[in-house]
Design a binder for this molecule. Structure first.
Ligand code: F6R
Length: 607
């Protein structure tokens, strides 16, 4: 949430700041702003709403300067308006911030009593005012910042520029991600490597407690004790080319259509097609010794973990608990030593998942993360990381990240099954064959896009939608409902089909579409009889199954779609596709902002 960027260099900063913000807009789009130094004075331009509004403002009121900071906001404290937009500034200092300053009330009261005048409702302004106060007492920029940092509680990634100091800027990190970019005669800071990719591929990530002084030529990093430290400079894999939508109308659609390719990329990291085996990367712990598994994640990643629970229990015969990170972290559960804790996160920066990871590490668990961003904090802080290989996901609603997570989790479950001895070589070969065919099966479903668009027209007018599934179809139902909610704003809920009679069946009438995920597996008949119950009560069932499943169904459903017939183990990867497309076409029919739905941000770096 919130993206920050900073540049100190030799060319006009404003256009580069805007370019960096464009690549960070997925982190929030409530407002955007920049501050530069012009003749030593702080100049700001800020606009409510998306970056396009700031760009329009910069056309009418351009701003010069070779040093500057920029921000795209996901509002936490204070409504999204221009007054609350970053950078927050006084005459002496300007600050951009990602995170939450938890003690800002206390700081605000204290500083107001000392005569500092606040003008916004944000927590961030307390940082600017605190530094300003120390500067006013005669401290230099570095000392004033160091003293202010001692007082800040909560999470922050900060970019700070000072009036009269065009030669330097300061970056600081506690809890929120922050990267330093190394250029030739220029230095940069950014919330992630993607933002800096057009400027440099040489990146160093600050650790928690670090703060850095950047000049055009140098970077000096200090840790929380004030000691000078070095942080590894890596070559990022991100390309500087702006990620485009190709021939597609939205990033989400483009990313849905990329799935055959990215799922195949994910498979290629572990699946040996010739001998139909899985080779997991070398792990720093022994999978054969694992006695219990806990999977922790948020949102869509949590649903991927929920599918993996079925897989690992079935294939490796290990007990698995799945937890929502925000619940897990405050429950402080007892944990027996030597368990394996798996963390799933597209961004690798989700605050709750990161906190859960730290808890598990402190409690003697082996930690393994599945991330899409290799340099992310969760990847760096886990004992081992598996990469999902989806490539940058720009649409706020996760699609290809989900199916690649599932793909890697399926491989992991097979690897664990082999390690525990629960899975035979023959069974491994069978599942590997099905997995290797899954990209082609996904492509077949994508060719049915038009059919799904037609089904979506019948749902766009609904006020409520129910999703049902059993077994691994249940998390897919949950994911389908989440997709629909977040991009079409239609209320949707998912239930394990067996739960229907325990309450939700009361909701059924002819105005409630019921989307059913029902591959022909060992639970097919049970779900089919739930469909009968819904149809008997006038429910409008949309039935996703395979040819055999549709032919066997005696209930008269509103519409159905035959997906390719696949091994039930890999079915959840395939059945994710129609629920993504359905949500997409409903949202398009309703005219919502598909790629940047209201109130959401892609990377949830505050809790
Ligand atoms: C939904 C969605 C979110 C994320 C969740 C976790 O489409 O994208 O629910 O899955 O915020 O994010 P990561 O995976 O980055 O930890």
């Amino acid at each position: 949430m919130c993206g920050i960027v900073g540049i100190i260099g030799k060319v006009e900063a404003a256009p580069l700041l805007v370019e960096g913000l464009r690549r960070l807009e997925y982190r929030g789009y409530d407002s955007a702003g920049i501050a530069t130094l012009v003749d030593g004075q702080i100049e700001r331009r800020r606009a409510e709403g998306k970056l396009a509004n700031l760009e329009a403002l910069l056309k009418t009121r351009p701003v010069g300067g070779l040093i500057g900071i920029g921000h795209t906001r996901w509002a936490t404290h204070g409504v999204p308006n221009e007054r609350n937009a970053h950078p927050h500034a006084t005459k002496r200092v300007a600050v951009v911030h990602n995170g939450i300053i938890e003690n800002f009330h206390e700081l605000k009261a204290e500083l107001s009593a000392k005569g500092q005048v606040f003008e916004s409702d944000t927590d961030t302004e307390a940082v600017a005012q605190l530094i300003d106060y120390h500067l006013a007492q005669g401290m230099g920029a570095e000392d004033a910042t160091a003293k202010a940092l001692e007082r800040l509680q909560g999470a922050f990634a900060l970019g700070i520029v000072f009036a009269g100091r065009p030669d330097m800027m300061i970056a600081a990190r506690q809890g929120s991600p922050l990267a330093i970019g190394y250029g030739a005669g220029e230095m940069y800071l950014g919330s992630d490597a993607l933002a800096l990719a057009p400027l440099t591929q040489k990146i160093a990530y600050l650790n928690d407690g670090d703060w850095a002084v950047l000049t055009a030529e140098t970077v000096v990093i200090r840790d929380r004790t004030g000691a000078t430290v070095t942080r590894e400079v890596r070559q990022t894999q991100f390309s500087g080319a702006m990620i485009g939508k190709g021939e597609h109308r939205h990033f989400m659609l483009k990313e849905i259509f990329e799935q055959p390719e990215v799922v195949s990329n994910a498979l290629n990291t572990m699946l040996n097609p010739a001998d139909r085996t899985i080779t997991l990367p070398r792990l720093p712990f022994d999978l054969a010794a694992v006695k219990r598994v806990r999977i922790i994640a948020c949102g869509t990643s949590f649903y991927a973990g929920s599918v993996a629970k079925y897989w690992i229990e079935k294939l490796a015969r290990l007990p698995v608990e799945v937890d929502i990170a925000s619940e897990f972290r405050y429950r402080c559960p007892p944990m027996e030593a030597d368990g394996l804790a798996i963390f799933i996160s597209q961004s690798g920066e989700t605050a709750d998942t990161l906190a859960a990871l730290r808890y598990c590490r402190e409690h003697g668990q082996h930690t393994l993360s599945l991330v899409n961003v290799p340099e992310s904090t969760i990847a760096r802080e886990s004992e081992a990381a598996l990469l999902t290989m989806a490539g940058p996901e720009i649409g706020v609603a996760s699609t290809k990240a989900f199916t690649t997570q599932l793909t890697v989790l399926a491989c992991l479950a097979i690897g664990m099954g082999r390690a525990t001895g629960a899975l035979s070589a023959e069974a491994e070969a069978d599942i590997c064959r099905s997995l290797s065919e899954i990209p082609a099966r996904i492509a077949e479903v994508l060719r049915r896009d038009d059919d799904i668009r037609v089904i979506a027209q019948g749902i766009a007018e609904a006020r409520d939608v129910l999703y049902l599934g059993r077994g691994t179809g249940y998390p897919i139902a949950l994911e389908g409902a989440l997709k629909l909610k977040e991009i079409s704003y239609i209320h949707a809920e998912a239930y394990a089909a067996g739960e229907l009679k325990h309450g939700p069946i009361a909701l059924i009438d002819d105005s409630v579409p019921v989307i059913v995920i029902c591959p022909t597996d060992e639970l097919y008949e049970k779900t089919a009889s739930n469909v009968q119950e819904v149809v008997a009560r006038g429910g409008r069932v949309v039935f996703f199954s395979d040819r055999e499943g549709i032919d066997r169904l005696s209930a008269k459903v509103f519409s159905s779609m035959a997906l390719p017939s696949v091994d039930p183990v890999v079915a959840p990867i395939l059945y994710a596709i129609p629920v993504q497309l359905l949500a997409y076409h409903v949202a398009v029919a309703k005219g919502t902002d598909v790629d940047q739905p209201r109130n959401l941000a892609k990377s949830v770096t505050v809790e």
